[in-house]
Design a protein around this ligand. Sequence first.
Ligand code: ADP
Length: 541
Amino acid sequence: MFDYDFPLNINDLLYRARDLFSKREVVTRYPEGVHRYTYGDFYGRVCQLAHALDQLGLKKGEKVGSFAWNTFRHLELYFALPCTERILHTVNIRIPQEHFVHTINKAEDRFLFVDEDLVPIIERVQDRLETVEGYIVMSPSGRLPQTSLRSVYDYEELLAGQDEDYPFPEFIDEKTTALMCFTSATTGLPKGVEYTHRGVVLHTLAISLPDAANMSEKMTLLLVVPMFHVLSWGCPFACTMVGAKQVFPGPQPTPGDLARLIQDERVTHTAGVPTVWLALLDEIKLGKYDFSSLQEVLVGGSAPPRSLMEAYEEHGIPMVHAYGMTEAYPVVLVSRLKSYLEDLSREEQYYYRMKQGLLMPLLRGKVVGESGREVAHDGKELGELWLRGPWIARGYYREEEKTRETFGDGWYHTGDVVSIDQEGYIQIADRTKDLIKSGGEWISSVELENAIMAHPAVREAVVIAASHPKWNERPLACAVLKEGEDPRGKKKEIKEMLSQKFPSWWLPDDVVFVEEIPKTSVGKFDKKELRKKFGDYYMGK
Ligand code: ADP
């Protein structure tokens, strides 16, 4: 067989749901209504899909793209492809057209599974997709829409009449690629990362642990993090393995849709980026929906402001902070308090809870300072976080130079500048490219942003590095005020508030009020856009 005892295969996560949790539900919101079925039904359809893939002539190791929202059909693709030794490439539907066309061509996807409402986007680019031979439309009605796509199939028709069982391979070499995802490229084109069966299984086990996402059959998880971006943080695999009820928000979900799903499906846990929770907070405050089932919210992808964590806590919903990236399947750090830290004062607890957290089991990390040596574990000294481990990628797909730059010495250089304290809690000060270097000293934009967002009139804020004739760079704050707030006097108040907490040279020289902070494809603040607009703000001053 293989030169090791027993391979780690995604198939075994699937079989567990079939054998033990066939009655647990998978629910999807569509604008037309809610779809629900059980893991028992799910297994039958994964088998049908596997037969359909055979009929399409898809060979082992070949790739298929998905261009889709979080739905049960996407979940079927998550399993049917890897479990039959093919590869699912989840295409990010929110990145610029140039970028996603590049990712589909680079991955050499042979087929593309497309949600019905996204068909017009693909119609516009089909002539530029070099390797795609056919399109499979996933429509909630189960009927093929009018489309100019060539070689088009209807998902439901492909499945209809297929056998609900399938002769999956007994073992798959665990080093086989199962899925693939591209980074959402803040500079240049997205880079591809391959995920192996082994990496996915170990990541699934690790995130399920109590001090990570604490996964259990008793849980109902609303998967807000997109399935088209870093495997929805691994939640689809973990839920299936433990038999948790999964709730998918479907196409174009609004905060109101999420609120209704939490109420109607009695959601106990959910996971997403801070901007989503900021928007949902308005719904919680309105008091229109019942959030009493919600036990915990996992927040990550960018640093949540403390004011956000506190606001949720006031409503009895604890937030747990996590950190990761495309190159790491994605979870690397989770911030839960160690038992003996629970005795600390609320203020001291927040000191830890605001940090990105402790390394997951099986991962190795080190924080390397400018001198090339590891920094002191004092929570102060800054260095770059380097990682290696069973679910840390070892390179970018067919990108030799970029692989050498980022993974050359066997460690993945994250590009995140962090500190590590005596307890081992790691805190991100910035991404290397977002750090502000004023007169030769580093200023952390993340800390300033957090403090500004604690002002009661501020809805969102970022701090960027703006060029400065004397200091090289100085921090500039860009803030969005809450509706109805009068900007007069607010600059002064914000600056005064910051001066209580930070040394004077850290303070932004100015605060500009903007209508909106641009967001990236996955809902993170897009500093790049603001740097373009305000990068020279201080030059004439
Ligand atoms: P991309 O690099 O494609 O934007 P990722 O989702 O892979 O997308 O982003 C990973 C980066 O996001 C990390 O390197 C880090 O800079 C940032 N990040 C992730 N989680 C957090 C967090 N909890 N706090 C601060 N930054 C975070």
